[in-house]
Design a protein around this ligand. Structure first.
Ligand SMILES: [Zn+2]
Length: 275
């Protein structure tokens, strides 16, 4: 599933290709998850931003009293790409879920095989229809996210630290891959329910590190993720923990253990990451 680094990689590719173009028409697959797509028609794209795992495309139309946003969540298998010279042909691709025709003849296409993705057009910043987005915690590089804030959040709830990272509440953008990587690097057990000051400081730091490195490597492609050019990321070649159950820990040589934490596949080192 695309996490922050994958969405940020796509955002950086799309921004220069979309800024300033006008959406002339929108098409959607007939599912409530995508039927907002045509509502973007008539607006100029004024920004291409991201919050957590959400892509936020700023829209400004002549009729708009305020900016609106096209919100796209890639779900598990969603892919965005800009197609040259789309013309007006009807989409014949079985997995095309939304298409936005642009005034320069190109189109922005959203493909999603498994349909866990989502498209919405909302007044800018009004996310009441998108509960997870509305409740997102700070971006990992926001000063509001640090060791003390993470420790306060975890220790007040007494749930597994990995589950809380995945909730998007203490910090936005972390999914299963980067959670396992950050916990391994900080030497924190995924089922810890309390963090010491030192653990929380380390973990806040490693969350930022693994996400920063993920962006620098163009995201992690395990199976489905492709960037806006259809290319794979390279971060899968740099993983220390995620998906390496049964293989030796890169730090101590102990066999990494694969388990399940709150229904999510989880890998950790039983020697380096003690409860
Ligand atoms: Zn180890």
């Amino acid at each position: 599933m695309p996490e922050l680094p994958e969405v940020e990689t796509v955002r950086r590719q799309l921004e220069p290709r979309l800024l300033g173009t006008v959406v002339t028409e929108g098409w959607s697959f007939p599912s409530p998850k995508f039927t907002d797509a045509p509502a973007a028609a008539g607006a100029r794209i004024t920004s291409v931003a991201r919050r957590g795992k959400y892509l936020l495309v700023g829209l400004h139309g002549p009729e708009d009293q305020q900016h609106r946003e096209l919100v796209v969540h890639l779900g598990m298998t969603g892919r965005l790409s800009v197609r040259a010279a789309a013309g007006s042909d009807l989409p014949d691709d079985a997995y095309l879920r939304a298409r936005w025709y642009l005034d320069d003849g190109r189109s922005l296409d959203f493909h999603d095989v498994r349909r866990f993705g989502r498209v919405a057009v909302v007044p800018a910043g009004e996310y009441t229809r998108l509960a997870t987005l509305a409740a997102l915690g700070p971006e990992p590089w926001d000063p509001a996210f640090d060791g003390p804030s993470l420790r306060a959040y975890v220790n007040a709830r007494r749930r597994y630290v990995k589950t809380l990272l995945l909730s998007q509440r203490p910090v936005a953008g972390v999914g299963n891959i980067y959670a396992d990587e950050a916990l391994w690097r900080a030497q924190v057990h995924p089922q810890s329910r309390r963090l010491t000051r030192a653990q929380a400081d380390r973990l806040a730091g490693t969350v930022r590190e693994v996400l920063t490195e993920g962006v620098a490597n163009g995201g992690t492609t395990l199976r489905d993720y492709r960037d806006a050019d259809g290319a794979e990321g390279a971060n899968q070649h740099h993983l220390d923990c995620y998906g390496r159950g049964g293989q030796p820990c890169h730090r101590c040589g102990t066999e990494l253990r694969a388990t399940v934490v709150d229904a999510r596949g989880t890998t950790y080192c039983p020697t380096c990451q003690r409860r």
